[in-house]
Design a protein around this ligand. Structure first.
Ligand code: PRP
Length: 209
């Protein structure tokens, strides 16, 4: 039995679709149901439908053997696990953005609004810039508009949200895509089964149109 944590939402649905093409079909999955555990038709795979930001935690704690998570989550979580493959889907980037007239006043701490507290602390720590974190859980773009922050550290995909709120990217921190992650001890004890699934998934995503 292999346990796979998938991120609830469009990315998870895409991965489930790819896994189904690999022969791990899951007929009892219904995205509109509230059910959170599904098994494939062979009964050899259990899928857990989890909040995207929790995938790394389920894998790190061993509840799931493998999972699919964005690089943003992995950088933020800092979990001790294996990253087995880059699926090259769910692409976007982690950026610093600010209003067009932003000028950094280095005599005071920079107020940074973000969900990604560790990522922002690491980025500004490496730059030697003092910051004050404003931890928010969504609609981060509002913070500089309402003057509760100077900049934001957030995900940019199409750039539409920034544009519609008169913000612009001032630095790109890293590129993001979906990664297959694995629990270290699961790799020791179920290594062959895990590798077989991941190899099939990588091949399926390469042929995806
Ligand atoms: C994410 C992110 C940005 C937006 C970027 O928010 O936090 O706000 O998407 O996408 P874009 O560049 O294509 O406009 P999400 O939709 O997850 O909602 P949230 O604001 O609640 O985090």
């Amino acid at each position: 039995m292999i346990k796979i944590a998938l991120p609830k939402g469009r990315l998870g649905e895409k991965v489930l679709n790819l896994l189904s093409k690999c022969g791990y079909r899951c007929d009892n999955f219904d995205k509109n149901s509230r059910k959170l555990i599904f098994s494939d038709q062979s009964g050899e795979i259990n899928y857990f439908w989890v909040k995207p930001s929790d995938v790394a935690a389920y894998v790190r704690l061993g509840a799931a053997d493998i999972g699919v998570a964005g690089k943003d989550i992995l950088e933020e979580d800092g979990a001790d696990l294996y990253e087995l493959a880059d699926l090259k889907i769910g692409k976007c980037s982690m950026c610093v953005a600010a209003p067009a007239d932003f000028k950094d006043d280095t005599s005071v701490p920079l107020r940074v609004a973000t969900k990604f507290v560790h990522t922002a602390e690491k980025y500004y720590g490496e730059a030697g810039r003092d910051i004050e974190i404003i931890k928010l859980n969504g609609s981060i773009e509002l913070a500089p508009l309402l003057k509760i922050s100077d900049v934001i550290v957030d995900i940019v995909e199409t750039g539409t949200t920034l544009k519609e709120n008169n913000l612009q990217v001032i630095d790109k921190i890293f590129e993001i895509s979906a990664r297959v992650i694995a629990n270290k001890s699961a790799c020791k004890f179920k290594g062959n089964a895990i590798i077989e699934i991941v190899e099939k998934l990588v091949k399926a995503v390469e042929n995806y149109d």
